[in-house]
Each structure stands twice: as C-alpha cells, then as structure tokens.
Design a protein around this ligand. Sequence first.
Ligand SMILES: [Zn+2]
Length: 488
Amino acid sequence: MTHTSDPGFETVIGLEVHAQLLTRSKMYCGCSARYADARPNTHVCPVCAGLPGALPVLNRAAIEFTLLTGLALGCEIPAFSKLDRKNYVYPDLPKGYQISQYDLPLCAAGTLAYVAGGMTRQAGITRVHIEEDTGRLVHRVDEAGASISLVDLNRSGVPLMEIVGEPDLRSPEEAREYLVALRQILRYIGVSTGNMEEGAFRCDANVSVRRLGDPLGAKVEIKNMNSFRAVERALRFEQVRQHAVLAASGQIEQETRGWDEERGVTLSQRTKEQAHDYRYFPEPDLPPLEMNAALLIAVRERLPELPNARRARFGDQYELNEADISVLTAERDVADTFELVIAGMAPDQARIAANWIVNDVIGLQKQRGLPPSQLPLNADQLRELLACLAGGELTARAAKELLPVIGEGESPRAAAARLNLLALNDDGVIEEAVAATLAAFPAAVADYRGGKRAAMGRLIGETIKRTGGRASPDRVRQLLAAALDNET
Ligand SMILES: [Zn+2]
C-alpha cells in the first residue's frame, strides 16, 4: 500500500527528535538548566563554557530520564554504554565538540505506536541516547549599523536526548502523528515539556521518494521545523518536489535542506560533499557506563500508565466515545483529574462529567491560555460543580455562567451563592415569572392554547430568562403547563 498522491511512488520518512530533559542542572556541570528567563551568559561555568582543563561530571537524572524514555518505548537497555565526542566547529559550541553517544547508545531497538488514518501503526525506534545542547547565537545590528552576532551560553550543556526513528513512516500525516504520540509519552513520563515552539522538542526529518519496487533513494534531511504543522507541510513539499524530479527522470541529490516557514519551501543548505565528518571518538574525561540492574528496576517502577494503555482502559472502563477519550487522555494531569472527579459516580454521571471537562472546562482553559496540562478548576471544585448540577442546585445554564467566574480554589457552591446563581427552589418566585411571561407574550399563549404545543418552548425560555437562568426547565414547564391549562 502506498500513501503518496501518485500510486507509482512511495515516500519513506524517518525522524530524529532532540528533546530537552527536565533536569534541574545541565548535562555535565552544576549550572541551572532552566535558562528561559535568564540574562545571557548567567548560567555558565568553566565546564559549559568549554574552558581547557574543565572536567565534565555526568548528570544522573538525565541518565534516568533517558532510561525511562527507553523503557516507555520498549527499548532494549544494553549492559554497556559509553560517551563519545562529536567534533565540529561552530561559534555556539565553545568546546569544539559535543559529548554525545555514537556506537553504544543507552537504549536501542524499541517501537512507537501511533494512530494515523484511524489505524494504530507501529514504527521502529532505532535508539535513544544522551547528548548536550549548544549555546545560542543572537544576530543583531549594533548602534553603528554593523551586523553582529552575540553568543549566549546559557543553553550550552543543557541535557538533550536524541530519539532516532526507523524509516518506517510513509506519509507526512504519519510523521506528524508519530511526533504527537512521542511527545505525549515524554510528557506522561515527565522527562520533557515537549514544547516545539520553545525548542524543547526539535525534529529533523529524513525523507526519500522512490518508485515502487526500487531500492531506497537518496536521503534528504530537512531541518528548522518548529511545529507539528511545519513538519507536515515541509514533508509534503519535499514529497511533491522529489516526485517531480523523479517523474522528469532526474536524480535526487543527497543533501540537507532547511524549511522556510514563510515561503512554504525547503531550501538546500549543504550537499553530501559538504556533509559533516564528526570524527567521533570515545570521551576520555568520562568513564563508560555499565548498566546497574538495581537502577534499571528502580527506573522501571517509575513508569506510569502510558497514553495508549490509558486510552484502552478508558475505552473498557467508561462509557465514553473515542473523541472524548482522546481529549481526556491527551495530558496525564487532565486524565488524572477526570478520574478523581468521577470516582464513585454512576456511568451516566461520569458521561456528564466528561462532557463538561471536554467542552466547557477545556474551552475555558484555552480561553485563558493555560498550558494543556492545567485545568482552570481542580478535581474538588469540579466534583462540587457537578454535584450541584446533579442535585438541582444549579441549572446547566447557571453552571455555564458560573464556571468562568469561580475564583482560584473557591467553592463553586459559595461562588454561586455570591453571584445569586443557585437554582430557584421557590415556586412562588417561578410562578411570578410565569405570570409575567404569559402577560408579555399573548400571541405565544394563544398559539399554545390553539394547539401549537411548540409555543411552549418559547414560553419556557422566556420564563427562565426572567429568573436569571436560575429556575430549572422541568419545574418551569410544570408550572407553565399548570397556569396555561387552568386558565382556559
Ligand atoms: Zn556549567
């Protein structure tokens, strides 16, 4: 089966992901790894500035996070691993090399399951290894109008994990879904924010198009993609470009191309002849790593229920549709909150809770620009809100009005009382509203009495409006019907 637009061709894609690890300190020194709001060059020491004679010390948490990732991806964990120097010259790399891993990575031969086109697919994971980030260059124009480049070493030495995938993907959509699934796992296990826009989750894509039946064609590597959408667009562009070259009997050149987001094109950056020779050799300042069985057991115990397992369990355990399950399990914290909220609830109540979280609560989260893992209400607040709804203390309309004005940590019931949104249980007040409505809409009353029962809906709506949305539709219907039928 082929997934390309032209049935005579097949697209082969493999992805390399660099994920920043959520450790407190850097990979080989004690400097803080959190540099987002720091002034340039304030998180720097002789090690991450690459001064001669400074010796690296391996970050244990980074090793554990990488092992946790390997286990989550079903990798083998070899008994022996080592670090290697990857040599190249660039102004943001003060040492002239990165300490990375070459032939003996920490984790090897795993798989990643993802859903594309409604089907669950598997892609191979070649390896997961540790590496360190580089510094950053800031290009600007100085007061004299000259173009200058400044170096900020706050990012230099921040722990990176590289996840290399097998060329098992066959379309840009699959590549996107693979990345979504991978990022979800990294967030579930808490090793990376997976934030692409902030550069904490970066993807390079290797793509080649071949005529069906032909051997694998020349590989083109695409860089500079800062969002899932950019990855999909860049690969689609490249797929079409390579089709056109092959269709015109041309040759695909092995090269590195950069994605230009604004123009929507990939542009050649360097060809095979200019490719880097990194002259890898074993890092002499760090000992090789012998896998400790006790450490591996301890790390394995930290593995939470992973996204695929959780989705499957939600499907078995709760009466929810696939779309809601997908939203509720997208973030581990949201799934946790949902399960706390519905603990002990009957299935129909759990469905109402799911509906509220998926639509209203996540709607409010987006409106407030909160991170996807952070709901605007905690589990206790949500439970109380839903209990008020179920017990008739709040109408659905009043609850929707209440939701955005509940203060942080505030009791929804207290907030409803403060804002006079609690349901009206006083028939006298509802009867007054009914009388006012009947007086204000004689035409609807006449319609209803003339047999147009549909007029009732209008009268219910108007009556509820007169109670500030606090009367329950059922009670209003009963009292309206009583008033209309009595006075004929
Ligand atoms: Zn440092």
